[in-house]
Design a protein around this ligand. Structure first.
Ligand SMILES: [Mn+2]
Length: 322
C-alpha cells in the first residue's frame, strides 16, 4: 500500500489519463470506469484510454463513456494504471509516451511498483476490490454506477466468487455495493449469459485439443489463429476456457495457449496456491498470482507447445518433490 490515500492522490491534479492492460478483462475495465466516475463526481477530468479492443461483452459497460485512443492521448497528463502487474501491460503506444506513470493501482503479487505512487494489495480478489476498499475506508461517497463497475471487476476476477481470493473483505465490500442498489443478476447476465454460437464452435475445437499428462496432474489445450478465423469467434470468447483445463478430476494445474501467428498467449491455473503459477509464468516473461498467472511471448518455434508442456510438467514435479 502507498503511504498516501487514494482520495488524496486523486485530488492532486486537475486532469488524468486512466489506462488498463491490453487484452482487457472485466477487472481492468471496471477499475478504469470506477476511477473515471470518482473523478467526474469531483469535477476532475479523466480520459479513459483505449489501448485494445474491448470485445462485445465489455463494450456494453462502456456504453455512455467516451474513450481516447492510446495513439491520440495527451501525454502531459498524469497517468493512472489499473490492474497492470508491470508497465509493459499497458501496451507499446502508452509506454512510448510515458517514462513513469503517476499512480499504479493493482492486486498482482508480482507487481513491481513501477509508478510514482503505488496502491497494491495482493490479498485482494481484484483491482476493483482495492479501489472499493479504499473508497469505503476513506469515506469517499460513490454512486450506483460506480458500484456496478466495481462489482463487474470483483465478480469476474474472483471467477464468480469461486477463488480463494474471495475473503471476508470481498464479501463485505460486495455488501456495500449491493447497498448502493446494484442488481447482481443483471451484471452476471451481461457477462456470462450472452454467449454466441461462434464461441461454442471455438470451444468445441478447444475441447478437442485437451490433453492430460504427467500422471493426470497436468492438463493443457490450445487454439490457433486459424480456429478464430474459421469459427468467426472474437478474442474475448476464450474467457473462461482455461478453467476447463483445471476442472478435470485429479488435475492440479491447467494451461490454455492461444497461438496468433508468432504471438503466444498462455493462461495458467492451479487448484492450489502452493503450485506457484506466477513463478512458472515468470520463466516465460509473465506474471500473476500463485493460482492464476499468464504470459505473452513471441515465438516461431514449431514445437513451442510441446516444450511448454515439458516445462509445465517439470515445474509441477519440482514443487511436489520439494
Ligand atoms: Mn485483476
Amino acid at each position: 500500500m502507498d503511504d498516501r490515500k487514494l482520495a488524496t492522490l486523486l485530488l492532486e491534479h486537475h486532469a488524468y489519463n486512466v489506462v488498463g492492460h491490453i487484452r482487457p478483462d472485466g477487472d481492468c475495465v471496471g477499475s478504469q470506469l470506477a476511477i473515471f466516475n470518482i473523478l467526474k463526481a469531483k469535477n476532475i477530468k479523466c480520459n479513459i484510454i483505449k489501448n485494445d479492443n474491448y470485445g462485445s461483452v465489455l463494450s456494453q459497460f462502456l456504453n455512455g463513456y467516451t474513450t481516447v485512443d492510446d495513439t491520440q492521448c495527451n501525454q502531459t497528463l498524469p497517468l493512472i494504471c489499473v490492474d497492470c502487474s508491470d508497465f509493459q501491460r499497458v501496451g507499446m503506444n502508452i509506454r512510448k509516451k510515458y517514462n513513469k506513470p503517476y499512480l499504479n493501482i493493482d492486486h498482482h503479487i508480482s507487481n513491481d511498483k513501477f509508478a510514482n505512487h503505488n496502491i497494491i494489495d495482493s490479498s485482494a480478489s481484484s483491482t476493483a476490490q482495492v479501489i472499493a476498499e479504499a473508497l469505503l475506508h476513506e469515506n469517499v461517497d460513490f454512486d450506483k454506477k460506480t458500484a456496478e463497475v466495481l462489482y463487474l471487476g470483483i465478480m469476474t476476477d474472483s471467477n464468480r466468487f469461486a477463488y480463494d481470493t474471495t475473503t471476508l473483505s470481498t464479501i463485505r465490500i460486495v455488501e456495500a455495493l449491493v447497498a448502493k442498489g446494484i442488481h447482481v443478476s443483471e451484471i452476471f447476465q451481461k457477462v456470462y449469459e450472452r454467449d454466441t454460437l461462434q464461441k461454442y464452435l471455438l470451444l468445441e475445437r478447444f475441447l478437442r485439443n485437451l490433453t492430460v499428462f504427467q500422471e493426470g496432474r497436468c492438463c493443457t489445450s490450445f487454439i490457433t489463429e486459424k480456429d478464430f478465423m474459421e469459427t468467426k469467434a472474437e478474442p474475448f470468447d476464450t474467457e473462461g476456457f482455461v478453467n476447463y483445463t483445471r476442472q478435470i478430476n485429479g488435475v492440479m494445474v491447467g494451461a490454455f495457449l492461444e497461438f496468433h501467428g508468432t504471438c503466444v498467449k498462455c493462461s495458467l491455473r492451479s487448484k492450489n496456491a502452493t503450485l506457484r503459477m506466477d513463478l512458472l509464468a515468470k520463466k516465460f516473461g509473465g506474471g500473476g498470482h500463485p493460482a492464476a498467472a499468464g504470459f505473452n511471448i513471441e515465438s516461431n518455434d514449431p514445437i513451442f507447445y510441446s516444450k511448454f508442456k515439458s516445462a509445465l510438467a517439470e515445474h509441477v514435479r519440482n514443487i511436489l518433490e520439494s
